[in-house]
Design a binder for this molecule. Structure first.
Ligand SMILES: Nc1ncnc2c1ncn2[C@@H]1O[C@H](COP(=O)(O)OP(=O)(O)OP(=O)(O)O)[C@@H](O)[C@H]1O
Length: 301
């Protein structure tokens, strides 16, 4: 339903030099974490930049909190959104962390200094050091703290953990969960890190070459995509229900299911014993989705 979506993209098209992104029709639910997962150049950053109004689509509309994103700067809308871009803004490098925070705070009526100071201490970021002197990981952490300090209702994060050490990364995941405890807050996160998707995401938006492959609920997706090892020839299984791909191996056939329940029911009905069953990893699922898409075979989820 429209009112339960924090972001809606309708027929969005953006033409880049080497790729047409869209038409994108996407509904991002409120109160959830949506991970955007896709190959390099699939349009993740462009999508987030269009939501922020930094990049203007040629066609279509974007609605955030039921308000249309306009080409003109909208301070009231921006005050409700925290953003971490793919790269830090180089114009800030002469500022200290505290100066950047003071500057940013002007735009956000709900800026919380206690929150800022608490997290600066927790992540051990020197507040008086020039940003150019911060390590890549420290700068990333600072950008996250600055994005969260205004207590925004929506966080748009473009690969926020790039450069973070494993310990800081764990803390970041915990802090994101804390941020979400409010219940109405939403996060949209572009990421290449499988573990991040597993630990954080409720929904996954798969993208490839400027197109949406699928938007899916994470748990349902991991339930649906499974691998079954059976005896016989791959050709015998080519058209069975729920199948994404049958792969011939020396020791049998690996059936990659995009709808495991359907495929399993078929195997049972036909008395085909399963030698082994296992779940699929996110990167495998993305690869099979791309393959199905290239073959023009629609997925049923
Ligand atoms: N400023 C720009 N001008 C022209 N083309 C651009 C610009 N930024 C991105 N593109 C192109 O738009 C397409 C999508 O790029 P985008 O950065 O949105 O992808 P991405 O999914 O975020 O990639 P990555 O995973 O590598 O960060 C690519 O083909 C890219 O070359």
């Amino acid at each position: 339903m429209e009112e339960n979506n924090v972001i809606t993209l309708q027929d969005i098209v953006k033409t880049r030099e080497n790729i047409k992104i869209g038409p994108l029709n996407i509904h991002i639910p409120q109160g959830c974490v949506t991970a955007i997962v896709g190959t390099n150049g699939s349009g993740k950053t462009t999508l987030l930049s269009m939501c922020m109004g930094f990049v203007h689509p040629e066609q279509g509309s974007i609605t955030i909190f039921q308000e249309k994103v306009q080409p003109e700067y909208d301070a009231a809308l921006k005050a409700r959104i925290g953003f971490v871009g793919e790269h830090p803004n180089p114009d800030d490098s002469d500022l200290t962390a505290d100066q950047l925070a003071s500057f940013t705070a002007q735009w956000y009526p709900k800026w919380d200094w206690q929150f800022y100071q608490h997290y600066m201490a927790k992540y051990e970021i020197p507040p008086k050091q020039k940003l150019s002197k911060l390590s890549k990981g420290m700068r990333r952490k600072l950008d996250l703290i600055i994005a969260m300090s205004p207590q925004p209702e929506l966080l748009l994060l473009d690969e926020p953990s790039s450069g973070l050490d494993p310990l800081s990364w764990r803390m970041m995941i915990e802090d994101m969960h804390r941020y979400l405890q409010d219940g109405q807050r939403s996060i949209v996160i572009a990421t290449h890190i499988i573990e991040e998707v597993k630990r954080l995401a409720d929904y996954i938006l798969f993208m490839n070459k400027g197109q949406v492959l699928q938007m899916v609920e994470k748990d349902a997706m991991f339930d649906a995509w499974k691998e079954f090892l059976v005896d016989g020839d791959a050709a015998d299984y080519d058209r069975i229900p729920g199948l994404a791909k049958a792969i011939q191996e020396r020791y049998g056939v690996r059936l990659i299911a995009k709808d495991a329940a359907q495929l399993e029911a078929f195997l049972q009905e036909n008395d085909i014993p399963t030698l082994q069953t296992k779940g699929l990893e996110l990167d495998d699922i993305l690869a099979y989705l791309i393959e199905l898409n290239n073959e023009g075979r629609a997925t049923n989820r």
